[in-house]
Design a protein around this ligand. Structure first.
Ligand code: ADP
Length: 159
């Protein structure tokens, strides 16, 4: 039984994240989406809102669970007995930061293996922060987020 944790801030969850979740859930027995409660960046959604949006997005995936966590990611991974840490890599923007974090995580928790999925070509440009800009400017988020996430973004960002 291999358990994978996919950690992040998910502010909010996007179709890019969901693409990684689906691919991971077809390889690993169980995937836990770990929602980091207070990352060192400004957030639009509370941790409870981010958890609810993610749960609704994965409700049809039976081996996927969503759990909020505090503190260091590998500590949470050890607590839930995860074997694998999953991350998604978009072209150019993610590699250096992920590489640095991976080396630190390996030092802190040598037994947890990192598996990086290359972001799907159609979601390479997609980030939670870009989505917020698009919504504010009145753009269309079709095929970027599930419909309930689009509604939640509009509620938060539009007058
Ligand atoms: P963090 O704050 O840890 O970067 P994010 O919620 O931004 O958390 O992202 C979580 C993970 O999902 C990271 O590994 C990130 O690189 C990956 N990711 C973000 N957007 C995409 C996307 N469009 N396609 C694939 N992976 C993505």
């Amino acid at each position: 039984m291999t358990t994978a944790i996919y950690p992040g801030s998910f502010d909010p969850i996007t179709n890019g994240h969901l693409d990684i979740v689906k691919r991971a859930s077809s390889i690993f027995d169980k995937v836990v989406i770990g929602i980091y409660d207070i990352p060192d960046k400004s957030l639009l959604f509370t941790v409870d809102e981010r958890v609810d949006l993610a749960r609704k997005a994965v409700e049809t995936l039976k081996n996927v669970e969503v759990i909020a966590y505090s503190g260091i990611t590998v500590g949470f991974a050890q607590k839930i007995k995860a074997d694998v840490l999953v991350r998604g890599l978009r072209a150019s923007s993610d590699f250096e930061r992920e590489f640095e974090m991976a080396l630190m995580n390996k030092k802190l928790a040598p037994d947890i293996e990192l598996v990086c999925f290359m972001a799907n070509l159609k979601y390479q440009f997609l980030s939670s922060s870009l989505l917020k800009e698009i919504i504010k400017l009145g753009g269309n988020l079709d095929d970027m987020v599930p419909i309930h996430v689009c509604i939640a973004l509009k509620k938060k960002l539009l007058p």
